[in-house]
Design a protein around this ligand. Sequence first.
Ligand SMILES: Nc1ncnc2c1ncn2[C@@H]1O[C@H](COP(=O)(O)OP(=O)(O)OP(=O)(O)O)[C@@H](O)[C@H]1O
Ligand SMILES: [Mg+2]
Length: 408
Amino acid sequence: MFETTPIVVGLDIGTSKVCAVVGEINDSGGLNIVGVGQSKSRGVRKGEVVDATLAGEDIRNAIVEAEQMADTEIRSVYLGVTGGHIRGLNNRGFHPVVSNDREITDDDVQDVIKNARAINLPAENKVLHVIRQLFLVDGQDGIVNPVGMFGASVAVDVHVVHGNLNRLQNPIRAVKNLQLEIEDVVFSGLASSLALLNNHQKEMGSLVIDIGAGTTEFVVYSNGIIKHTGVIAVGGDHLSNDLAYGLKVPLSRAEQLKIDHGSALVEPEIKGHTITLTNDLGIPEKTINLEHLRRIMSLRLGEIFQLIAKELDQSDLLSHVREGVFLTGGCSRIPGIETLANQSFHLPVTLGKTNSISGLKSALDQPEFAAAIGLARFGSFEMRKRSQEKPGLQTTITQTFKNLFGRS
Ligand SMILES: Nc1ncnc2c1ncn2[C@@H]1O[C@H](COP(=O)(O)OP(=O)(O)OP(=O)(O)O)[C@@H](O)[C@H]1O
Ligand SMILES: [Mg+2]
C-alpha cells in the first residue's frame, strides 16, 4: 500500500516575519526540511499578536507558500510563542513511595512530577512546559531515572515555563481561525535551542540567545538539562528606533542603515567616516557619522547582553556555560556581534548552526528560521515518541521535553 511520509510543521509568528517550516520525518526518525513559507509580519509587536486580522493574513500567506514549496497540505502546526510575559522558574516536587517494597515505579515518577508542577502562579498564568531536570531519592541527588530504585521518598527538580493565558491565547486563536490544528504550543526560545544544540553542547553547558526584531529569548543548558529560560522584550526594532532617534532619520531609513552599515563594534579605524544619504532624486540630503551609528547599536546590543548576564549571574549560571554562547535570530547577522557578546559574557561565542537536520539549505542557513526549524524538530520528536508508545498512552509535554531538552 502507498504510504505518505509523515510531515511536521513549525509555525513561528515573529515580530518581523511569520515563518512556516515543513519537515518530513525520514525512516530513521530524522528531520528533513522540504518547505519554507515566509510572510512579512504586520500584526505582531514585541513577539505578541496585537492585530489578529493582520496576523491571520500573514500566517495564511506563510502557510500557503510553505504548502506550495513542500507540495503538501498543511493541517496542523507546532506553534511557537514568546513575549515579555513568559517566565521560567525551577521548582522541586516531593512524593512518598507507597509500595510495600519501596521500589519506585513509573506511577511514582508521574506523581512526583505532578507535585512539582503544582506551583503558585497568578490565576491569569498558565504553565506551558514542565521540563524534568534530575531526581532525588531519599535525598541522594543527580538521579536521571529513579524507576526501579528503592527509597522512601522521591523528589524531582523541574524547570517550569509559564506565561499569561490571555496573551498566549492570541496567537493560538489566530491560528485556529484559519482552521489549522495546533499540535502543541512551545516557547520559541526552547525551539531555537533545539534547532542548534547537540547533546554534547547541552552536557557541557551552553547559552542560546535568539535576538529577533521585538524580543530576545535565551536558554541555558548544563549537564544535559535546562537550567534557565528567559525573554527580554527588546530586539532589532529597538536598534532601529534608537538609530532613528539618535541620527534623526525616519524609521525606515534607520532600519536600512542598520542593515547596510551596522556593526556591534565601534572600531577605531571608522573614526571620521561618514555616510551620505540622498533623497529620491539622488540629491545628497544628510550626512551620517558612522562612528555615531555604530556606537548607538553597540550600546543597545551591549545592554541586551548585560541584562542576560545579570539575570544568569543571580543564579551563578554563567560558570556552568562551559561550551559557550550560541547566537541566532536575525540580529545575529550584525557584524561584530560575536566579539561584543564575548566581551559581555567572557565566554566563547559562536553563530549557531542547525544540527542534525537535513533539507533545504536556504532554510537551514538562515538564523531567522532557527525557532521555526526547532518547532518542526520538536514535532518530529513528539511524533516519534507517539509512534513508540503503547496505544492509549498519552504523550505528555513533560515526557517529550525530557527527551528533547534534557538527556536523551
Ligand atoms: N544583516 C542584518 N543586520 C542587522 N540587523 C539585521 C540583519 N538581518 C536581519 N536583521 C534584523 O533582525 C531582526 C529580525 O530577526 P528575526 O527574523 O529573527 O525576528 P522575528 O523572529 O521576526 O522577531 P521576534 O523573534 O523578536 O518576534 C530585524 O530587526 C532585522 O532588522
Ligand atoms: Mg523570532
